[in-house]
Design a protein around this ligand. Sequence first.
Ligand code: AMP
Length: 440
Amino acid sequence: MLNPPRRVDAGAVPGDIAKMNILVVGSGGREHALAWKIKQSPLVKRLVCAPGNPGMAALGEIRGVTATDVPALVALAQEIAADLVVVGPESALDLGLADRLAQAGIACFGHSRAAARIETSKAFLKDFAVRHGLPTARHGTFEKADEAKAFLDQFQAPYVIKADGLAAGKGVEIAQTRADAESAIDNMLDGRFGAAGARVVIEEFMAGEEASLFALSDGKTSLLFGGAQDHKRAYDGDQGPNTGGMGTYSPAPVLTDAIAALADARLIKPTVTSMIAEGCAPCGVLYAGLMIDDSGPRLVEYNARFGDPECQVLMLRLESDIVPYLVACANGTLADLPAPTWRSEAAICVVMAADGYPGSPVAGSIIRGADVDFGDAVTVFHAGTVRDPDGTLRAAGGRVLNVCARGATLSEARDAAYAAVEAIDWPAGFYRRDIGWRAL
Ligand code: AMP
């Protein structure tokens, strides 16, 4: 039996809130963007990031606890008397960090392990969607390759084959031929994704335009929290392998108010109600990947946390203080808050990745010129960097820097972001030159 999370004395009006100690868990561009936005809040007394990154070190204290070391994170939250823990990555949710924090009486923005299954198991999500009549692609779940292959008879190319579990955004294959579909099934069930590939989900292919819609939930209600569009393929023209995301922009033109309202009514609200009914009430982000066509939005997937790099453009555009929203999700008081306000400006994020990403990114190369002041419009978030004792910045991951900008129009934002990208001296990195092309 879990104890209810400790209530934090917070509401919508900064004046009547006690200042808080906040622990941000994670080390990517998403967490840097969250910490950047949290740091701007007058409600913050102390900001601690674990394990953080060199960019986050400029905002708060960095503590060397990894995002998957649940006992050490709980101990750290206790040590700093955290009033709120904000969990960035899905891996920590899957390991039960939110559950353990609840047991310790510490307020947490992040789903329980059971609620996070909407992301961590595609089979769970698809069955949940069928149980509750959510609009999504027809599917089947299989452990045996011959049964999965036989199910392909029900569809025509292109075929959609997914590893069941978490695979860092790389567990989905859209096969153009039956032969490719069958070898994708064999590859996944052969252990390419470890336990994540013990089951495969075969889905109907949905045509349309994709967008990401965000909502917050406190386990009782939900509140729409912006939208974005991303570029998943590694290279220009949406070519090359799938990645965790090479760039984003917000607002997404395809995500009109009418489409967002439809998605809220048909997907988000029924999802919250049904999760509560199934005993896994959400607490944190519901990130709906939508496929939009003339019939409206359909669900491609849910994620249980902010997208990376979608979060970066959302934080750039969010005008409201984010802290009351995070606290309200943890406390069950979201209904007391107004809808957030957004800057009218557009925002863009260009991901700079290490050569070799998404396969085997080259580590250790030197990056120069990322720390300079590019002006008010531009913000550089760190995603996979380390800093030597002498201050040298090096690549230490696949996606390394997120160069983000705001502008009166998306094209202004794009020009500002690319000017900064070109000023960064990093020969061992690459980036897409066409982020935002669909909207432009
Ligand atoms: P997922 O990890 O489920 O979001 O899938 C990754 C990407 O594969 C999505 O962003 C879509 O571009 C594509 N995708 C997944 N499922 C489908 C589907 N049923 N129909 C069309 N495209 C899909």
